[in-house]
Design a protein around this ligand. Structure first.
Ligand code: NAD
Length: 477
């Protein structure tokens, strides 16, 4: 199904596709395989809803969003099962997605009242100039599979708070979570058409939405390759774009730190959700004094991770999303080993579609495992002589999403943070961090635009200069 104009709606072409659990292989259900006609229906209904939603007083939009946050928590059990089954998440990750989604909606609700404009002085004394902030209109949010609830909520909540209507196109791997979200938002009181879900494949209905002339903005979270394709299309219509793309995130381990303590932190950064996290700490650059003991401690920690039932609290992570992902991860590992890397642990499937936590020592700096996004539980560790070399190597990447620096030496940590070219640098921890109000986004091929708090609101609104002439202006002719 889609969720259009306030209700579950079958695709106009009558076509559906199967949705399977990456963990058990079980058939979970069917989702609509939408096309351009569904995209058009959604846009028409969103345009109508936009007029209604954007005209509501901000306090009313805030109330609906706060209700949505409460309802997400009240329906946690339902979301939990869907997130676990559809995306192969552990129960702990599913719970994090649910509670953080509620936090995001609450943070965004407050932004409905903060669509501030301003006035400014100008050289014509008889003129008053003001800047008004207005919602864009219809925003398309295209989301990835790896965190199917929280990433979608993150993309839509500030857009909705600002008065936009939103059409979501979730990943074809995880269409059911998005439908449940649509059901809950409708219950919360969003007018029909304000939030809609169009299901299907990127190249079909996704592309149709991107190319629709009557949308106004796009929020995309996904791979760099898809982001580039979408941006090329979107620019022909001058759609506003926000691109949150892939990463190959560096984690610096400085010589003052205890290697075992550092390994425990790095393991979370590298292996959370099996490395299927855009900000996961995949490239570890350690000062030589601690590099090898750190790498060995990390391998020991990795080998001890419990990889059991997804509903077991102790399970560290679950399966890779599909066969294509397994093949990509294996190809990166094999290529690194052929290029001279040492395998400290892992290197193959653990069971089912769950890939064993893998630590590579000194892969070639031209290998895919070092340079390209693996999106699996594979982490590389290399040794460098000093901090300058660590920073230079961290910056030797086309990506620039997030970085971590493990040190207790704040002076070295902060000076490194200022020199690393990434959208975020976290001193004292790993690269995977979140905060509802922080400007999240990347440098380089990790994308452009920032999401979170007022930064999202800036993205999802237009500025308009309005002036008033209070006196006679001299006429030049
Ligand atoms: P993907 O790029 O394969 O798909 C993402 C979405 O884009 C899906 O909904 C897909 O259907 C759609 N899509 C693909 N091609 C399209 C097209 N031509 N037109 C319109 N829509 C299209 O990504 P994925 O495999 O689902 O997710 C993993 C990727 O997402 C990783 O690269 C990861 O780093 C990235 N990611 C980034 C962030 C971030 O905040 N920067 C967060 C999470 C994931």
């Amino acid at each position: 199904m889609h969720f259009l104009a306030g209700q579950p709606t079958p695709p106009t072409n009558g076509r559906f596709f199967e949705v399977y659990s990456p963990d058990t292989g079980k058939l979970l259900g069917y989702a609509a395989r939408g096309d351009a006609s569904d995209a058009d229906l959604a846009v028409r209904s969103a345009r109508r809803a936009f007029a209604q939603w954007s005209a509501l007083p901000p306090g009313e939009r805030e109330r609906v969003m706060l209700t949505a946050a409460d309802l997400i928590e009240a329906n946690a059990h339902c979301f939990q099962d869907l997130i676990i089954d559809e995306s192969g998440s552990t129960i702990r990750k599913a719970r994090f997605e649910i509670s953080y989604s509620a936090s995001l909606l609450r943070a965004a609700a407050g932004e409905a009242r903060r669509l501030y404009g301003e006035t400014f002085p100008n050289d014509k004394p008889q003129r008053i100039s003001m800047v008004l902030r207005e919602p864009l209109g219809v925003v398309v949010a295209i989301s990835p599979f790896n965190a199917p609830l929280v990433l979608l909520v993150k993309m839509i909540c500030f857009a909705l708070a600002a008065g936009n209507a939103v059409i979501a196109k979730p990943s074809e791997e995880t269409p059911l979570v998005a439908l449940e979200l649509a059901r809950i938002l409708a219950l919360a009181g969003f007018p029909a058409g304000t939030f809609q879900v169009v299901n299907g494949f990127g190249a079909e209905v996704g592309a149709a939405l991107v190319n629709h002339p009557h949308i106004n903005g796009i929020a995309f979270t996904g791979s760099t390759a898809s982001g580039v394709r979408i941006a090329q299309q979107a620019v022909t219509h001058m759609h506003r774009m926000q691109m949150e793309l892939g990463g190959k995130n560096p984690l610096l381990v400085l010589k003052d730190i205890d290697p075992v303590q550092a390994a425990n932190v790095a393991a979370v950064g590298a292996f959370f959700h099996g490395g299927q996290i855009c900000m996961s700490s995949a490239r570890i650059i350690a000062e030589r004094e601690v590099a090898r003991p750190f790498a060995e401690a990390l391998a020991q920690k990795a080998t001890r991770l419990y990889l059991g039932d997804l509903r077991d609290e102790q399970t560290a992570y679950g399966p890779l999303i599909n066969q294509r992902a397994i093949e990509k991860v294996q190809a990166h590992v094999d290529d690194a080993l052929q290029g001279g890397a040492e395998l400290l642990c892992g290197g193959k499937l653990h069971h089912g579609n769950v890939y064993a936590p893998t630590v590579l020592w000194e892969p070639s700096r031209r290998s895919a495992a070092w340079c390209s996004e693996t999106f699996g539980p594979v982490v590389s560790v290399v040794a460098v002589d000093d901090l300058d070399a660590a920073i230079a190597l961290a910056n030797e990447s086309e990506y620039g999403l997030s970085a971590g620096i493990l040190t207790n030496d704040l002076q070295r940590g902060l000076s490194a943070a200022r020199r690393i070219r990434c959208g975020a640098v976290h001193v004292g921890t790993h690269s995977y961090q979140s905060d509802t109000m922080a400007p999240v986004g990347g440098f380089g091929m990790s994308g452009f635009g920032r999401s979170g708090g007022k930064y999202s609101v800036e993205h999802f609104t237009e500025l308009k200069w309005v002036s008033i002439e209070l006196g006679e202006t001299p006429n030049p002719f």
